[in-house]
Design a binder for this molecule. Structure first.
Ligand SMILES: Cc1ncc(COP(=O)(O)O)c(C=O)c1O
Length: 388
């Protein structure tokens, strides 16, 4: 089956395993080689083989990953970067000018906020924040004629708020802006923003896409070919590209994304059941819970509710820190989306950079990235840690 047929007709897992690469015609290699090369022999001046000239511009291992990601997100083109933030920075420079304005989630990932607040703002790009769950608040935050991007994370990091992708795409488009969706938490297995009207999908492929906590990477995916052309230029001009080994690791991870995500979701649902009503916990936050304010929207736009669970410790900051220090199967660490379960204290760890800003998170909050270990071991670990 040709790549195009895979894209158009195949199921998600088939695309995850096959899209982006045909077995090598010379050797039959089923898996793309790691093309550890910076340059390519030309057949006469300008006689490029397959368009390859220099590995900042393109590298066949990266091309395979980019083809795969485009197929999974049902986009036309994908671009792989050295990190999620490298992808975000390239996107901003490709689509914005000094004097433009961006609407950010009021609970954006801390590193995204820092990028806009400390780096892009110094270049002249303004930003303001609105809650992703409030379509009218996002509309009010838009400055007609100045707002170029509406930036959405859904679910958000770390409080798992849900934004209505379809509604926010309409709000952005009404104002002549583009909707960017950071799809890191859901992954394309659970949610495909381009189908719902988003213009650009952003990934930290470090997370569920890579899935094994062994690589840092990022990606952008688009449908519009004019946007793709600008991104092609800026990916090369800025040069924050994924190296071939990193691209290979992310591609390997994507092949099992579907089965991993189902297990992440299964385990997260059991963790949520266990935590709900526990005396040491004042609130469990998970979009799969009926009482979650974004439950209805999440049910509409997500296949399942994901592997991220947050909770607030009834005993406040000290209790939250204590739980983070006592777990043994849940490893205390930043990041998320790997096969292993992680626990962290956002206020002091991933979100320390937003302390003192409107995006500050409460100190009683604990975030879990529920992995795919044996679920009984995860529940026993939490039971022990919460007992103190
Ligand atoms: C939702 C989200 N977006 C973007 C990023 C940034 O990605 P990276 O760390 O790969 O630069 C992260 C990192 O944690 C994230 O959680």
């Amino acid at each position: 089956m040709s790549e195009q047929q895979h894209r158009n007709k195949s199921g998600f897992e088939t695309r995850a395993i096959h899209a982006g690469y045909e077995p090598d015609p010379m050797t039959g290699s089923v898996i793309p080689p790691i093309y550890a090369t910076s340059t390519y022999k030309q057949d006469g001046v300008g006689g490029l083989r397959g368009g390859y000239e220099y590995s900042r511009s393109a590298n066949p291992t990266r091309t395979a990953l980019e083809g795969n990601l485009a197929a999974l997100e049902e986009g036309e083109r994908a671009f792989a970067f050295a990190s999620g933030l490298a992808a975000e920075h390239t996107l901003v420079r490709a689509l914005c000018q000094p004097g433009d304005h961006v609407v950010l989630p009021d609970d954006a990932y801390g590193g995204t906020f820092r990028l806009f607040d400390k780096v892009e703002q110094a270049w002249g790009l303004e930003h303001s924040a609105a809650p992703v769950s409030d379509v009218e608040a996002v509309r009010d935050a838009i400055r007609p004629g100045q707002t170029r991007l509406v930036w959405l994370e859904t679910p958000t990091n770390p409080v798992l708020n849900i934004g209505d992708i379809e509604a926010l795409a309409a709000v952005a488009h009404d104002a002549g802006a583009l909707l960017v969706v950071d799809n890191t938490f859901a992954s394309p297995y659970l949610q495909q923003p381009l189908i719902l009207g988003a213009d650009v999908v952003v990934h930290s492929t470090t997370k569920y896409a890579g899935g094994h906590s062994d690589v840092v990477g990022g990606a952008l995916v688009v449908r519009d070919l004019e946007l793709a052309e600008r991104l092609t230029f800026h990916q090369n001009a800025i040069g924050a590209v994924a190296g071939p080994f990193d691209a290979w690791l992310v591609l390997r991870g994507l092949k099992t994304l579907g089965v991993r995500m189902d297990r992440h979701c299964d385990n997260a649902e059991q963790v949520v059941d266990f935590l709900t009503g526990h005396p040491a916990i004042s609130q469990v936050i998970y979009p799969g819970l009926e009482e979650h304010p974004g439950h209805e929207v999440a049910s509409r736009q997500m296949k399942r509710y994901g592997g991220m669970v947050s909770f607030r410790a009834a005993g406040g900051e000290a209790a939250a820190l204590g739980v983070c220090e006592r777990t043994e199967v849940f490893t205390l660490g930043e990041s998320l989306g790997g096969v292993e379960s992680l626990i962290e204290h956002p206020a002091r760890m991933t979100h320390a950079s937003v302390a003192g800003t409107a995006l500050e998170v409460t100190a009683d909050l604990v975030r879990l990235s529920v992995g795919i270990e044996t679920v009984e071991d995860l529940l026993a670990d939490l039971d022990h840690a919460l007992a103190g």
